[in-house]
Design a protein around this ligand. Structure first.
Ligand code: GTP
Ligand code: MG
Length: 337
């Protein structure tokens, strides 16, 4: 296959800024949606505390990391101090409670990789997944949200990339493509590597926030209000960044040897992580290191078929950005099998 094609960006690229920003703005959830989510969380908190007075509920995932599009489901974590609890029992009990409180579509999935209870709130129409003691997810939600405060181009890029991935059918982990979380990490890492950099590496800076979760030390600089203007020496526009992002994943990323690492703000080698061969189900065909659970490759879901699908979609997107007359439409054209 032809790789590393040298591409110089089209001359009219900046005419795409306004249409991309309109797409971004149409995806951002309106304030009243946020209010409804809060309202649902408070209702759930009340119900949970009747049964478990010490328990706390946290929002995580896209409703709390600032990368959530309008009408997303919300992810909630039920945090219990007691480490000896049986998660399945808690989830089954919780499902009972929710059922009797007239929530709809209540379902306990106790055998999933992350066991959850699913529910739909008939009042607000919001669907929700509740997991137990998934504190690491609450922490990575915070680091994503903190990165988003530093430069608005991150949110713009990530919304466009997520929208592209959903439209093209490559945001389906059960089909071997990548999670939204993985795409956001790809965007953060990409902006860390621009020169001048648009984002810093918060985990390499002085630790102002520190928690230990399951023996993992999660420390990073979280006084992000002090970093506003960090990326201002780089004047790349959103259209240029979308172009460069797809160009990178289509033609420049070294899939055979490299791992992207938001934790270190640089590219590291598969060799260094011993991710050079298949171990169990982890094939490491595209490597995205989790910022805290560093043995966790978010590309682990990708197999020898879906890697081809993914790379062809990156190439398609790069070609569309380079040559198409109307990339803002063509990029998001639904994939029809
Ligand atoms: P959308 O729901 O698609 O808008 O995005 P999301 O950010 O909520 O992603 P998703 O529902 O896939 O994941 C929810 C959260 O789980 C992420 O934001 C992370 O905080 C956390 N998480 C931790 N590890 C993983 C992982 O391996 N895969 C996924 N998908 N999520 C993880
Ligand atoms: Mg979600």
């Amino acid at each position: 296959r032809m790789l590393r094609r040298q591409m110089v960006c089209r001359r009219d690229i900046d005419s795409l800024n306004a249409p991309f920003l309109l797409i971004y703005e149409s995806l951002v959830p309106p304030e009243e949606e946020k209010a409804k989510q809060k309202q649902l969380l408070m209702l759930l908190e009340k119900l949970v505390n009747k049964e478990w007075p010490q328990a706390q509920l946290y929002l995580y995932g896209s409703c709390a990391n600032s990368f959530g599009v309008s009408k997303s489901d919300i992810d909630v974590c039920l945090a219990m101090e007691d480490a000896d609890i049986n998660k399945s029992e808690v989830l089954l009990k919780l499902a009972d409670i929710l059922q009797s409180d007239n929530f709809q579509n209540v379902q306990a999935l106790t055998h999933a990789r992350v066991p959850i209870v699913k529910l739909m709130d008939p009042e607000t129409g919001i669907s929700c997944d509740i997991c137990v003691n998934n504190v690491l997810a609450v922490v990575n939600t915070k680091v994503l949200r903190d990165y988003a405060c530093i430069d608005e181009r991150l949110r713009q890029l990530a919304f466009i990339v997520k929208h592209w991935a959903k439209s093209r059918g490559v945001n389906e982990t059960y089909q071997g493509t990548l999670s939204s979380y993985a795409y956001v990490l790809m965007c953060i890492h990409f902006l860390q590597l621009r020169r001048p950099a648009i984002l810093p590496c918060l985990q390499e800076m002085e630790a102002t926030y520190s928690v230990t979760v399951d023996d993992i030390d999660c420390t990073f600089f979280d006084q992000v209000e002090k970093l506003s203007g960090f990326g201002s020496r780089n004047s790349e526009t959103i259209a240029q960044l979308v172009w460069a992002f797809f160009n990178y994943w289509a033609y420049y990323h070294d899939y055979a040897n490299n791992v992207i690492s938001v934790r270190s703000g640089s590219i590291i080698s598969k060799h260094e992580k011993d991710w050079t061969r298949r171990i169990g189900n982890d094939r490491h065909l595209i490597c995205i290191e989790d910022p805290f659970e560093i043995s966790h490759d978010l590309g682990r879901v990708v197999d020898k078929f879906s890697i081809k699908v993914l790379r062809e979609e990156f190439e398609r997107a790069a070609e569309v950005m380079q040559y198409d007359r109307n990339p803002c439409v063509k990029l998001f054209e639904p994939y029809v099998p």
